[in-house]
Each structure stands twice: as C-alpha cells, then as structure tokens.
Design a protein around this ligand. Structure first.
Ligand SMILES: Cc1cc2nc3c(=O)[nH]c(=O)nc-3n(C[C@H](O)[C@H](O)[C@H](O)COP(=O)(O)OP(=O)(O)OC[C@H]3O[C@@H](n4cnc5c(N)ncnc54)[C@H](O)[C@@H]3O)c2cc1C
Ligand SMILES: *[C@@H]1O[C@H](CO)[C@@H](O)[C@H](O)[C@H]1NC(C)=O
Ligand SMILES: *[C@@H]1O[C@H](CO)[C@@H](O)[C@H](O)[C@H]1NC(C)=O
Ligand SMILES: *[C@@H]1O[C@H](CO)[C@@H](O)[C@H](O)[C@H]1NC(C)=O
Length: 625
C-alpha cells in the first residue's frame, strides 16, 4: 500500500497525493485529484467547513454517497508539524501548547494563536489556547486519549435535547463505527505491573479507520502514581472507559496506530476515502462567510486561499465543523448570533440567536507534585546518553518511551469526607446532586516531568470535569480574520472553587501523604510546597497555576426547537435554529454540556450519527436507530 503512514513519513508529499492501488472507485483518479486548484467557483452537494476531527469524519462518510467539498484553513500536519504530530511521545510536548501568551512558541502553520481575555477567576491571566489549523484539526495535536463518557451523560444529553437517539444505548453503534481496537501488546509493554482487563465488546470487529490501542511502553513514574491513586480508594476498573462507565482507574486507550506506532488522527478518515470517492479538499483555504438567499437558506461559502477569493456553493447543505471557537465566530460574521452584537458591527441579521458564543465550558487541572526517584519518558528522551537508544527502539521495534502517550487516568465522585459542609456549601452540594449518580466530578491524571537536573517530578493532577463556571465568546469585528474574543470562565463559579479546594486536600493527604508513595518520594512537596497551607493560599495557588485540558465545548449549544431565546443554537440533528435552513453545525461547539470524559470519542460518534441522519434523509428530528 502506497499510502501507509510509514510512506508518509519518508515521502510526505508524494504519499499524500498519490492514490493507493486497488481502489474501488468506478474510474481512475489522477494523482492529487482530491485537491482542487484554488480560484474557481464550484458547486457540491455538501460543503463542510473545517477539515478537523468532526469535519473529516462527517465529510468522509458523506463522500460515500454525495459530492463533498471540505474547506480547511490549514495544510498537512505530517509535513507542517513533522514528528511532533506523529510520534506519540511528542503529543505531550507539542511545541506550541504553552499557556503564557508572552512566551509560548508560535507555530503559524499549525496554530490559530487564540488568546483569551484576562480570566477573573484565574488570577487575571490571559491564556493561549492551542487549536490546530490543519487537516485533522485538533486530533492532530491532542494527547491521544480515547475515552467515552458515562451512560448518564448521554442519557442527560438525550433529555436536554428531547431526542432519545442520544441515549447511551442508542449512541453505542455510532461509537463503534469510527474506531478499530487492537489489543495491548503485552510483550512490548515493558512492565509486569501495568496489566489490566478491558471490554472488547465496546468495539466492533469491523470498526472504521480510527486506530485505538494501548501504548507499547509504560512510564515507571506513572505505574507508581497509579498505585498512589489506587491507595486513595480509586480501584482499577475491570472494563476500562468505553462501556458507559467512567469510574475507577484505567490505563487509557490511545489513538495510536499499532501498525507503525504513529498518531491516528481524523486524517485517517480522509485517507480511507481519498481514492474511493470524489471528495474534494480545499486546503489552506479559509471560509470567510456563509451566504444566504432571501429565504434564509445557506447557499454558499465565500472562501479565501491566501487572499484569492471565490465561492463554493452547496446544492444540499453547508456544515460548519470549524471547532468550538470558530464555528460560533463564523455564524456571527455571517449574520447569525446575538442581535446586539451583529448590529454593533453592522452585520446584516439573518437570525437572532442569543446562544451563539455563550455556554463555553472548559476544564482545568492543577498539579500537586513531589520529587521522585523513578525515571520518566521525558528525561530518557532528553538525555543525550539515552536518546539515541530510545530513537532506535522506536524505529526498530515500535516501543520504548517514544512510543508512549497517555497513561493512567482515574475518575470519581468526591468521596463523603470531602462533601461535608466544611468543604462544600449547600448550593454546591445541591448542584452536584443534580448530576446523574454515575457522573464523576474529578479526574486524576498522573504525570512525570523531567526536572532541570535530570531527575523526575511526579504529579497527581486533579481536573474539574463537571465545571459549573461558564465562559463566552464574541467577535471584535465583522471579519473572520480577526480572532474571536473569549473568556474561558475558569473558576468563576464558587462550586468550582470549592471542588478544587476539596480535591486539592484529598490529593495532598490521601495521595501523597500515605505510605504507598513513600518508596518513590525523595523530598518534601515541591508544588505548591508546604508553605501553602490555608484555604486562601491553596485557592490562590490553583488560580495562578491552573492549566487547560483543551476540552472546551458548548458555544453553539444543541437544544430543543423553541429554546432559541434561552440559548439553543442547533436542534438535535445539528440544524441551525432561528428559521435558517441548509446549515448545520457538527463539532465540539454543539455539546450542551461538557462530558466528564475526554471529548474526541464523543465527537467522532456525533459525526457518525449526523452523517447517518443526513444519509437517511436528514429531516426527522427523532432519529432512533
Ligand atoms: C493540546 C490538546 C490536547 C487534547 N487532548 C485530548 C485527548 O487526549 N483526548 C481527547 O479526547 N481530546 C483531547 N483534546 C480535545 C479534542 O482534541 C478536541 O475537542 C477535538 O479535536 C475538537 O474537534 P472539533 O472537530 O470540534 O474541532 P477541530 O478538530 O479543532 O477542527 C476544527 C477545524 O476547523 C478548521 N477551521 C476553523 N476555522 C476555519 C475557517 N474559517 N475556514 C476553514 N477551516 C477552519 C481548523 O483549522 C480545524 O482544522 C485535546 C485538544 C488539544 C488542543
Ligand atoms: C463566483 O461566484 C460569485 C458569487 O456568486 C460571483 O460574484 C462571481 O462572479 C463568480 N465568479 C465567476 C468567475 O464566475
Ligand atoms: C514496576 O516494575 C518495575 C520493573 O519490575 C519496577 O522497577 C517498578 O518499580 C514497578 N512499579 C510499581 C509501581 O510497582
Ligand atoms: C462574557 O462573560 C463576562 C464575564 O461574566 C461578561 O463580563 C461579558 O459581558 C460576557 N460577554 C459576552 C459577549 O457574553
């Protein structure tokens, strides 16, 4: 096969454009014919704006039945971001992930350079929020964890949008459609103390092009910290995180292709249809504006390839999959959003939907860390003495530290001793009690970081995965070329502050101060350190160091027809409300609420589901399967 990712690494451009032999398209396709020359107006059945995680999944499925164009602002990460987007280890250290807007490494080929407003709940910091600008979207830079949410999350989604097809049991076939699961390679996994069981029935033997497996290497610091979490009373799960339960700990599934140990991104979707269908991909091409006819039907997209402007029309529909920041922005500059905002920038009103840009939900995590005596991937790869061997091991046997990403994750509801009135106010306890009983509130991520001296810092890092704080997003001009203006809302709701504080105390006391981790600790607490004691000091540490998980969702919230005034932007088939037709939004922005899991698995399932709705006629609101 000419188009394997291995070929991609050695001959990136050739392998990307030359179709694979043995295709089942009816006629042959010229090399590169999937990438039209820019500048000519053209019409397709479906035009997908954004060739990212949702966009490529949806476009590839639709291309099996329709003519489809993808409009993507970026290019090819395999070339533009090199090994950083291919070799699993580098997923954790992609150069442009830095938070500090003043010091992060810019990567104009790959990143949108989004900078938040000063966050009032996070010490007034402005945050650089990495979002990939490339085919594959943020699945090309994410940290590769494949995790579905709990049953109660999807059942609540179904209730919120009045459509039972979102219930877990009805979503499961769509979850199974994108990924192909490969069992762990126990021989390559380097340690006897990171074994586990899992539920193979959560996957289908004829799954799609996305590769899900487990890393071929276990970080020794992680396996120790996993023991620390188990000692906190969070046991190893028997089935893992893909069967509708999100509780306990597990060695996470990773989006790694076991054949070559490369990242498996949404590009795999495109790759799987590029020579079988007539899909057309306009890369390096930004959608500037959606055009509507007099009946508010979305008819075409004005696009720009490096300043060359032309129009791509849709005979059936336009779908926005531009992500949680750019889908709402594109709606607003095209006339759909809060009326006052559109008036302010003299944008002709197509539909007054006040929910566009609201309901932004984002998770944070923070570190509680000690110096430890175990090695970690970072210091093996960083040290000149061990780097060559690590590279050889990766290239020759697809194992070793460079083959690893993701690791041990654990989920729980905060246990009883931390739910007392001294930790959580009545309001917070009431808010938490509204969540289904299987909905975890806290995720623990374990991590080893190299320190400056070649040693390791071990961190137990809790994340607030049921955030109550809300951010928002708006525009600063009528041009899509000006970045959106957004506030992530971090830690503005007192419930999040109380949860952060209680969880911090739990990790410090039940995690690090128990004897399980004494065997690896080599000194006193490093972050934040013993001097940080009072509630005020701890909260101030959390506010000033909170990190992002890049799981933002919710800015084009899905809801019921009739709820336009209270924030609904799309219906349960992703169709834009407000009297508009021919326009859907399908990506992280439509989630009514943040999943306590990592979002990618759900984004793929959502894209599969909406593709199915469209292929089966697209107009029924109650798409039971
Ligand atoms: C650093 C990082 C780590 C993460 N780790 C994980 C993880 O381990 N597990 C997990 O499940 N999730 C993770 N996530 C989250 C997950 O990757 C995202 O939620 C998901 O990829 C978003 O998918 P999407 O389709 O909504 O948007 P994207 O995949 O970001 O796609 C949007 C696409 O639209 C394009 N676009 C935007 N505007 C325009 C325009 N005007 N014209 C043309 N194209 C446009 C963009 O270039 C992009 O390609 C992580 C995210 C990041 C950034
Ligand atoms: C392309 O379409 C736009 C919008 O319909 C139109 O104004 C323009 O004249 C078209 N260009 C060509 C070359 O047909
Ligand atoms: C796991 O096994 C390795 C190798 O046998 C050992 O060095 C390490 O300390 C063990 N870790 C734990 C958590 O038991
Ligand atoms: C966003 O939220 C902030 C903080 O609550 C508020 O001051 C601002 O007006 C909001 N902006 C929009 C566009 O909703």
């Amino acid at each position: 096969m000419m188009l394997s990712l291995r070929a991609c690494l050695s001959f990136p451009l050739l392998s990307l454009v030359i179709p694979r032999a043995g295709c089942d398209r009816t006629g042959p396709r010229l090399p590169g014919a999937a990438f039209p020359l820019p500048g000519s107006n053209a019409t397709y059945d479906y035009v997908i704006v954004g060739g990212g995680t949702a966009g490529l999944a949806l476009a590839s499925r639709l291309a099996e039945s329709f003519s489809v164009a993808v409009i993507e602002a970026g290019g090819f990460y395999q070339v533009d971001n090199s090994y950083q987007s291919i070799v699993p280890f580098y997923a954790l250290v992609v150069s442009f992930l830095g938070l500090d807007p003043n010091t992060y490494s810019r990567h104009p080929l790959m990143d949108w350079d989004l900078i938040s407003q000063p966050l009032s709940g996070a010490a007034g910091r402005r945050i650089h929020y990495a979002q990939a600008k490339t085919l594959g979207g943020s699945s090309s830079i994410n940290t590769l964890a494949y995790v579905r949410a709990n049953r109660g999350f999807y059942d609540r989604w179904a209730k919120t949008v009045g459509d039972d097809s979102y219930k877990f049991e009805n979503m499961l076939p769509f979850f199974k459609r994108s990924p192909k699961l490969t069992p762990p390679d126990w021989k390559k996994r380097n340690t006897p103390n990171a074994t586990f069981t899992y539920d193979p029935s959560a996957f289908s033997s004829n799954g799609g092009p996305i590769q899900v497996s487990w890393a071929n290497w276990v970080d020794p610091t992680s396996s120790w910290l996993a023991k620390g979490l188990q000692a906190m009373g969070i046991p190893l799960s028997k089935e893992g995180f893909n069967s509708g339960k999100l509780t306990g700990g597990a060695w996470s599934n990773t989006l790694i292709n076991p054949k070559n140990t490369h990242r498996s991104s949404a590009y795999e979707f495109l790759d799987s249809v590029i020579d079988k269908t007539d899909i057309q991909v306009y890369h390096h091409t930004q959608a500037l504006k959606i055009n509507f006819d007099a009946k508010k039907r979305a008819t075409s997209v004005l696009v720009s390839t490096d300043g060359l402007e032309y129009t791509i029309s849709a005979s059936r529909e336009i779908v926005l999959s531009a992500g949680v920041f750019h889908s709402p922005q594109l709606l607003m500059v095209s006339g759909i959003g809060p009326k006052a905002t559109l008036n302010r920038f003299s944008i002709p009103l197509v539909a007054d939907l006040p929910g566009v840009g609201q309901n932004l939900q984002d998770k944070i995590f923070f570190n509680v860390a000690y110096p430890v005596n175990t090695p970690t991937a970072g210091n093996i790869v960083n040290s000149p003495a061990t780097r060559d061997a690590a590279e050889r091991e990766y290239l020759e046997t697809q194992s070793g530290p460079l083959s690893s990403a993701g690791g041990y994750l654990a989920f729980e509801k905060l246990p009883a001793p931390y739910r007392t009135p001294s930790h959580l106010s009545k309001r917070t306890r009431d808010l938490l009690s509204e969540l289904p009983s299987d909905w975890p509130e806290i995720e623990y991520i374990v991590a080893g970081f190299p320190d400056a001296m070649g040693g390791t810092i071990g961190s137990l890092s809790p994340s607030l995965i049921a955030p109550f704080s809300r951010g928002n997003l708006t525009i600063k001009s009528s041009s899509i070329k000006d970045s959106p203006v957004f506030d992530l809302g971090w830690l503005t709701d007192p419930a999040d502050q109380e949860l952060a504080l209680a969880t911090f105390k739990r990790v410090r006391k039940d995690g690090w101060e128990k004897k399980t981790l004494d065997r690896i600790k080599t000194g006193p607490e490093l972050f934040p350190g013993a001097a940080v004691k009072t509630d005020e000091e701890i909260l101030s540490y959390i506010r000033s160091t909170a990190n992002q998980l890049w799981h933002a969702v919710g800015t084009c919230k899905m809801g019921k027809k009739g709820e336009e005034g209270t924030g609904a932007v799309v219906d349960s088939a992703g169709r834009v409300l407000g009297g508009v037709s021919g326009l859907r939004v399908v990506d992280a922005s439509v989630f009514p609420r943040a999943p306590p899991s990592h979002p990618t698995a759900t984004i793929y399932a959502l894209a599969e589901k909406i593709a199915d709705v469209i292929r089966r006629g697209g107009n029924n609101n109650n798409n039971r399967i």
